[in-house]
Design a protein around this ligand. Structure first.
Ligand code: GLA
Length: 668
């Protein structure tokens, strides 16, 4: 079996811990830390993420002694180490001696050392030096009892526009297009006299006087993701060759635009994420759940790891709100409920110096005898009661499709409206399912959809012929499909598909359009039965071509024309939504398509602010609201967290969680 989270959890159970930066502390503190970690149930620490300058203080001069001692200490306390390759922050000597390793922005400005991430993913010196160090680390720690996992780099996302990057981009383009003719055709360079006559003329999309070619920018994004991935892969291969049984991961940043996480996840043994929910935004619980579901999708349904989260305030927002007591526990358990088998934090001990002095940690500046650390300890200990959850899956009959290429292509300058965004559109559609306790898998374009009764495509601006054919076939075989506005518009080169839109989905939807019409003010729409709702931002001049009109515009220039359609196609149904309905209307729509698909939530009714999700045989119920709520339960259940038995209902104070198994059940 492929390496994965089970490689860690089989030995250690659910994982609990965080980033540990021992180089910031004298060694006396390490011993206290190890004892505190044990006491708190910590069984995994990520070490060495930013240790390059400590490990290699001068070019070629290595100092691993301190790391040897640290790993010994962790092994003696039976704490696994997720050992990082410190490639996210090269030491000053690298940039000083080899300035070509430093990244250059689109204006040609060098980004200097003094922070982190100052590397060019295409620099040969950076590659050489980083891989040398990774090789030395792997050779030294192969077989070490503390070594539990490899953590490559950190939050990959660095982009560079330098000449070496330009050369690497050209090689990537040659590979893709063969000759310049192919490139010119794909980039549509007859527009604005952009035709290339020599490969040397081809550049990254550097700062230019006006809107840069969208196809060029799309390929650049593809290239940047691939180039960083190549660096990840090169490290991974060094590590795998030396430690074949040790999983390799890196940490994602949720719905981060800089890398195509679908492609990356294929190359990892463990999918890991860093998650810092925005306090004070009412959509945060849903947005976070969506991110967790995306991670589960990236892991192909298998468990994933919450690598970094905060116990309280972060340091990088302009106004950093602390979390009220109970909040980080609620967030941790939310991730667990949605498939995480490990709950880790940034970071173990709060830094005294450096840019993150004011970032919360598991041990605050005030020390371990604090409200916050006590809560950390209690949380670490209580996870033992949930150990039976490890390895289990979250069953879902609904899929939401999301693709990075389409996201990139959609959000270029010069489109009908900047206010239609792929990630926000995804969230809009996700919310009503979240509020109904309906589990959703996030899947990539082109995914096998057979397991799903309902597939929602909130936006798929760029679609390949194969992906479109896959959606068509899914409906013909009996699936229910919902497609949101401005989908099926462009091909993989970001060229507009000619004809009525969405050209490749016209047949399956039984509807098509001829104009996109963003609106300034919300418009009124009317369901078939007469009830009205509003829609905002976006409308389309549509015609039904066999589809039934479920809702039409009731005001504005499109009054009387279709806003929402539903089409029987083969054995299935395809819905098209040409606008952005208000949340209540989207919720009504969700109810109808769920009924079409025969899917219900895990509980019949959820009070506002309550999340419910089933993982394995445990039903997690989480109260994100500010009121105490009573949630009706269909059967008698035991709460693994409190040990109490719930008869018919469970009452949850704000930020409380129940982990319920049918009385007599075996989990836990
Ligand atoms: C991310 C990074 C960490 C740290 C935290 C701060 O998770 O990986 O190194 O900077 O953000 O929130």
């Amino acid at each position: 079996m492929k390496l994965g989270m089970h490689t860690l959890t089989q030995r250690r159970g659910l994982l609990f811990g965080g980033d540990y930066n021992p180089e910031q502390w004298p060694e006396e503190v390490w011993a206290q830390d190890a004892a505190l970690m044990r006491d708190a149930g910590v069984n995994l620490v990520t070490v060495g993420v930013f240790s390059w300058a400590r490990l290699e203080p001068e070019p070629g001069k290595r100092d691993f002694g301190w790391l040897d001692r640290l790993l010994e200490l962790m092994a003696a306390h039976d704490i696994g180490v997720d050992l990082a390759t410190p490639t996210a922050s090269p030491p000053p000597w690298l940039g000083h001696r080899w300035p070509e390793t430093l990244p250059v922005d689109e204006h040609g400005h060098t980004l200097w050392y003094g922070a982190r991430n100052q590397f060019c993913p295409s620099s040969s010196v950076y590659w050489e030096r980083s891989l040398d160090l990774v090789t030395a680390l792997a050779d030294r720690y192969a077989g070490h009892p503390a070594l539990a996992m490899w953590h490559v780099g950190n939050e990959y996302g660095q982009v560079c526009f330098c000449d070496a990057s330009a050369a690497a981009f050209r090689s990537w383009l040659r590979e893709r297009y063969g000759g310049l003719d192919g490139l010119n055709e794909a980039w549509g360079t007859t527009f604005w006299s952009q035709g290339y006559s020599d490969w040397e003329e081809v550049l990254p999309p550097r700062a230019a006087p006006y809107i840069v070619n969208p196809s060029q920018r799309l390929d650049w994004r593809r290239f940047c993701s691939d180039q960083m991935l190549a660096h990840f892969r090169a490290q991974r291969d060094v590590l795998r060759a030396r430690t074949p049984g040790v999983p390799v991961t890196t940490n994602f940043m949720g719905l981060f635009k800089g890398i195509d996480s679908w492609a990356w996840a294929e190359e990892e043994d463990v999918v890991a994420n860093d998650c810092y929910p925005e306090p004070g935004d009412p959509l945060t619980p849903a947005r976070t759940a969506l991110t967790h579901d995306l991670m589960r999708g990236l892991a192909k349904g298998r468990p994933w790891l919450l690598m970094e989260q905060a116990t309280s305030a972060v340091n990088w927002r302009p106004h950093n709100l602390p979390k009220p007591p109970g909040q980080f526990r609620l967030e941790s358990l939310q991730a667990l409920a949605r498939g995480a088998d490990g709950l880790c934090y940034f970071q173990w001990r709060a830094s005294r110096f450096g840019a993150e002095r004011f970032h919360a940690a598991m041990v605050p500046h005030a020390g371990p005898e604090t409200r916050l650390h006590r809560a950390v300890r209690e949380h670490g200990r209580e996870l033992r009661r949930l150990s039976g959850v490890a390895g289990t899956e979250v069953p879902a009959r609904v899929a939401m499709m999301f693709g990075w290429e389409s996201w990139w292509a959609l959000e270029e300058r010069g489109r009908p409206s900047d206010r239609l965004n792929a990630d926000e559109q995804l969230l809009r559609y996700y919310v009503p399912f979240f509020e109904r306790g309906v589990a959703v898998d996030v899947v990539p374009p082109g995914a096998d959809l057979d397991a799903y009764a309902l597939v929602v495509v909130p936006n798929l601006f760029l679609v390949s012929d194969e992906q479109a054919a896959g959606l068509d076939a899914y409906v013909r075989r009996g699936g229910v499909l919902v497609v949101g506005p401005f989908s099926g518009v462009a091909d993989p080169r970001a060229h507009i598909r000619i004809g009525r839109f969405p050209a490749p989905l016209r047949e399956v939807l039984g509807a098509s359009g001829e104009e996109w019409q963003p609106v300034g003010e919300p418009v009124r729409c009317r369901w078939q039965g007469g009830a009205e709702f509003t829609a905002d931002t976006w409308t389309e001049l549509l015609a039904a071509e066999g589809a039934e009109v479920v809702a039409e515009y009731a005001s504005g220039g499109l009054a009387g024309l279709p806003a929402v359609t539903r089409h029987r196609h083969g054995d299935g149904l395809a819905w098209y939504v040409g606008t952005m309905p208000e949340p209540a209307a989207l919720a009504a729509l969700a109810e109808r398509v769920l009924a079409d698909a025969g899917v219900t939530g895990v509980l019949p009714a959820l009070p506002p602010g309550v999340e419910a999700v089933r993982r394995g045989e445990v039903l997690f119920v989480l109260n994100h609201g500010t009121d105490t709520v009573r949630v009706e339960l269909p059967e008698r259940a035991d709460d693994l967290l409190t040990g109490a038995t719930a008869e018919g209902s469970v009452t949850l104070a704000p930020r409380e969680v129940a982990a319920l198994v049918p009385t007599g059940g075996a989990a836990g």
